[in-house]
Design a protein around this ligand. Structure first.
Ligand code: AMP
Ligand code: GLY
Length: 426
């Protein structure tokens, strides 16, 4: 089978490594892929948003199955276009992808179907939003409606900060047109849990839970990033929470999307907060998370390609999807300065140590230099994933492995997994 994976980050590297385990996957193309993915697939220099070029490539190369991983091409309708060419895909069509690409759509869906989430108001007019803020309780959360690279969410501690957020999103259009509408919502507290799930529109199969670490610095300080590390499973996702999530959130969401005539097929990511009143949805993503995928897939015992094909064919209920009882930790190595500006083109060296040989290094922002060596080409450069029977061992192993990798300006958080380990000890 000829497989095509759209995207070029650590998540796509993890997807490709997992797909590759199936001997049927004789050829894998990554569009565009990256320097490290080049060791596992044929990289093709076509951008993930260039749908015309993607479709031409798929036709010309008789692709048998396509995996569309990032949010942008999904929202733009990559799956709709590939389906029109008769190419089976893993991923939602554009109408189903709106569950991520429009926060207003997602919030209204949850309200209509009674799915627990933060109370909210939608505004299309800055004056009305500002008037509302005068009497609202602080802190408050302000979200741009559309995709904003995970940066369109502002938590305002004071009324002044909230006013500034409205001004920057709605008036200065800091996140472009995605800020024409805003959601202003209640500030919730509690531990966050990420649950990725496979769904074919009827059946939903949650994967092992995980915990992201979004802030740049230790102790959840510093700016928000795409994610500086993950662990799985997430200790706050107890059996009781999992049961409530299935009954109150996962199944109702799948049924709601079907009811709305937008059946969701692919990976639906539930960003949850376990509040005192039970689990609530913070956000939906219409795709695998990054770097959640880098801890979830290494724990998947079943064959990924088989599951993905069952999702596309609506046969998910018929196949087993099993996860290991082990734990995993992914530590992100980033370029100095990220998520702000940073330099690229730094040579990456690997000094094999025992832990590194036993770990998996997923490439996010790397490229091959002319001399064949690897250099940095992005903010998040590598994700080092270790698995072990306990979370403590997995975390230690990932940190040990990372000691073998260096490039100028490299930085990582020193506390990935520490909150989870503390919760386990309680
Ligand atoms: P999102 O981009 O929707 O994932 O939001 C980014 C982060 O903002 C989340 O991971 C939460 O930590 C935080 N957040 C979003 N919505 C809320 C809320 N209603 N209450 C508290 N924190 C929130
Ligand atoms: N790590 C969060 C996300 O993929 O959206």
């Amino acid at each position: 089978m000829k497989i095509m994976v759209i995207g070029g980050g650590g998540r796509e590297h993890a997807l490709i490594k997992a797909i590759k385990k199936n001997p049927e996957a004789t050829e894998i193309f990554a569009l565009p892929g990256n320097g490290g993915i080049a060791a596992d697939a044929t990289c093709v220099p076509i951008g993930a948003k260039d749908l015309d070029a993607i479709c031409d490539f798929a036709k010309a190369n008789a692709i048998d199955f396509a995996v569309v991983a990032p949010d942008d091409p999904l929202a733009l309708g990559a799956v709709d276009r590939l389906h029109a060419l008769g190419i089976p895909c893993f991923g939602p069509d554009a109408r189903a992808a709106e569950i991520e690409s429009s926060k207003v759509f997602a919030k209204n869906l949850m309200k209509k179907y009674g799915i627990p989430t933060a109370a909210y108001e939608v505004f299309t007019d800055a004056e009305a939003a500002l008037a509302y803020l005068e009497t609202a309780e602080m802190p408050i959360v302000i979200k741009a409606d559309g995709l904003a690279l995970g940066k369109g969410v502002i938590i305002a501690e004071t009324r002044e900060e909230a006013r500034e957020a409205i001004a920057s999103i709605m008036c200065e259009k800091k996140f472009g047109e995605s800020g024409s509408r805003v959601v202003v919502e209640e500030f919730l507290t509690g531990p966050e849990v990420s649950v990725l799930s496979f769904t074919d529109g009827e059946t939903v199969v949650p994967m092992v839970s995980s915990m992201d670490h979004k802030r740049a610095l230790d102790g959840d300080k510093g700016l928000n990033t795409g994610g500086m590390g993950t662990v799985a499973p997430n200790p706050y996702y107890t059996e009781e929470v999992a049961k409530r999530c299935m009954e109150e959130i996962f199944l109702p969401t799948i049924r709601a999307m079907k009811e709305e005539g937008r059946p969701f097929k692919g990976c639906l990511y539930f960003g949850l907060m376990v509040t005192e009143k039970g689990p609530k949805v913070i956000e939906y993503n219409c795709r695998f998370g990054d770097p959640e995928t880098q801890v979830v897939l290494p724990l998947l015992k079943s064959d990924l390609l088989t599951v993905m094909m069952a999702v596309e064919e609506g046969r998910l209920a018929e196949i087993p999807v099993e996860f290991s009882e082990d734990s995993a930790c992914c530590l992100v190595l980033a370029s100095g300065g990220y998520p702000g500006s940073y330099e690229k083109g730094k040579a990456i060296t690997f000094a094999e140590n025992e832990a590194l040989s036993a770990s998996t290094v997923y490439h996010a922002g790397t490229k091959l230099a002319e001399d064949g060596g690897l250099v940095t080409s992005g903010g998040r450069v590598l994700g080092v994933t270790a698995t072990a029977p306990t979370l403590k061992e997995a975390v230690e192993k990932a940190y040990e492995a990372a000691k073998g990798i260096s490039f100028e300006g490299v930085y990582h958080r020193n506390d990935i997994g520490s909150r989870a380990l503390k919760a386990l000890a309680e």
